[in-house]
Design a protein around this ligand. Sequence first.
Ligand code: FE2
Ligand code: FE2
Length: 264
Amino acid sequence: MPQLINILVIGDVIGKAGRRALTEHLPRLIDQHHIDFTVANGENLAAGFGLTEKTADEMFSLGVDVLTNGNHCWDQREFLQLIDKDERFTRPMNFSARAPGQGWTVRETPSGHRIAVLNLIGQVFMGAWDCPFAAASRAMQEIPDDVSAILVDMHAEATSEKMGMSWHLDGQASFVYGTHTHVPTCDEIIHASGTAYQTDIGMTGSYQSIIGMKVESALARMVDKLPRRFEAVERGATIFATKVQVDSATRKAVHIERIRILPG
Ligand SMILES: [Fe+2]
Ligand SMILES: [Fe+2]
């Protein structure tokens, strides 16, 4: 079993534009970068609102191993049942204990490494979820000891809260990263402890938009404060992803690199 594991993290994938871009580029990316394990955030897969079996299957068939989630988790009703049928889905662990689904999962790479993925949601500007820090501590106790890497999707609005989570899990997680804002940050770092961190991976969606939605209606809502339907842009997505290399013997990150693929 090779000691170094190459992991590709994709942020929020927005509707058809995001799915199209990944269809075009993801299999090649996985190949070119010798990726062993791929995780993406699926909360906006279905036209920007939640995910369906069809859109999730599209991602799995392209090589995504785990789909994490966020505040749009239940936008598509079918996902309330679907989530319990497949171990490749997570939802934030600090959702209500009555919510279906699981907060973390462990999946195996083709070479036999077991990878844990933990999903959390922030509280600042996000809603009255349970404490993500308490949930993260509980997860560190629950996740089996034989995993080779621990990835943490901290789905949150506030940069400080995401950074706080990286220090809360410093030395325990391999990579703590943010999703949800749909805007990438260039602050990727590996701390002395070996925990990698990035405040937001950024969306895979159209940047000729307002966080993936058509400008006209999203802007009009801001300007005249009247209700309008959000519509996801369907073409021209940029892929933002981050590659992290983890030493399976220590679970520490040894390399981190942002990847950007502009629309063709
Ligand atoms: Fe999102
Ligand atoms: Fe979100």
